[in-house]
Design a protein around this ligand. Structure first.
Ligand SMILES: C[S@@+](CC[C@H](N)C(=O)[O-])C[C@H]1O[C@@H](n2cnc3c(N)ncnc32)[C@H](O)[C@@H]1O
Length: 254
């Protein structure tokens, strides 16, 4: 049975001793076991966070918009889960495009397959794999990860591989949870508690994928939502012909 370990956390600083860091995050096996159990009701339970003002759909829309996809593009989603972002991606890439959903958990992918079948989408491919070992296909124009990348200990390597794989003008967009700089401690405790059924633990706050994006990409953007607990970080590969600054909704912080 899944259990979160809180030992070793300094609740004042929200940090863990270095030696505890990796021990506290869930292993791949435990992540897979957890999401196998959650798969069927995942979409329903994720929607319950609306009750506390967590505007999940809005954040997802922003993340997909940040990819700046065009019809016919190839987009990869890492940790795609039940394919909850697929309708948004489909609207952008159209039937001529390709969506490749990568996920560790077979039952989450089964839900994504059901969704794909229900919509009769013919342009979706599924890869059951650890994102850390996945090889991006040639011509990848967009890479998305929502509420998944922080769970992957090798996130820095994955982001570097994403940078190498993206064609000119392509974007990586990562939407995920983080520690809030401004919110009070009681709120952080509550956030961990209510997201713990999805494998969130405080030590994950020590992982900062947006810093890897800023390190590996030439041009980046960063936005926060929900009291600073949610961030959207995007990075693009500079292209020579079209100026990336012409894109809306991107705050350049590089
Ligand atoms: C919280 S769910 C997010 C699902 C979906 N992206 C969303 O926004 O609702 C996290 C997903 O990441 C997947 N995952 C976690 N670690 C992974 C890894 N190393 N490689 C691939 N998928 C992973 C899990 O199986 C799960 O489906």
């Amino acid at each position: 049975m899944f259990k979160i370990r809180y030992e070793g956390i300094d609740w004042r600083t929200h940090t863990t001793p270095e030696k505890e860091h990796d021990g506290m995050a869930l292993s791949r096996e435990r992540i897979r076991d957890l999401y196998r159990v959650r798969a069927k009701r995942y979409d329903l339970t994720a929607n319950l966070y609306y009750l506390i003002g967590f505007r999940e759909k809005h954040y997802r829309q922003r993340a997909v918009a940040a990819l700046d996809l065009r019809e016919g593009d190839v987009v990869v989603e890492l940790g795609c889960g039940t394919g909850i972002n697929f309708p948004l991606l489909q609207r952008r890439v159209g039937p001529e495009g390709r969506i490749i959903g990568v996920d560790l958990t077979d039952r989450m992918l089964d839900q994504a397959k059901d969704r794909t079948a229900r919509h009769d989408w013919r342009n979706v491919e599924f890869v059951q794999a650890d994102a850390a070992t996945f090889t991006f296909p040639q011509g990848t124009r967009g890479i998305l990860s929502t509420f998944a990348l922080t769970m992957m200990p090798e996130y820095d390597r994955i982001i570097r591989k994403a940078r190498e794989a993206l064609s000119s003008g392509g974007w990586l967009a990562v939407l995920d949870l983080k520690k809030s700089a401004q919110a009070p401690l009681w709120m952080t405790r509550a956030m961990v508690r209510i997201t713990s059924p999805f494998g969130v633990s405080l030590d994950l706050a020590e992982r900062h994928p947006w810093e890897s994006i800023e390190r590996h990409f030439e041009k980046t953007s960063f936005e926060e939502f929900f009291f600073g607990y949610v961030y959207l970080s995007a990075g693009t590969v500079q292209e020579s012909k079209i100026s990336a600054t012409s894109r809306p909704n991107v705050t350049d912080i590089a």
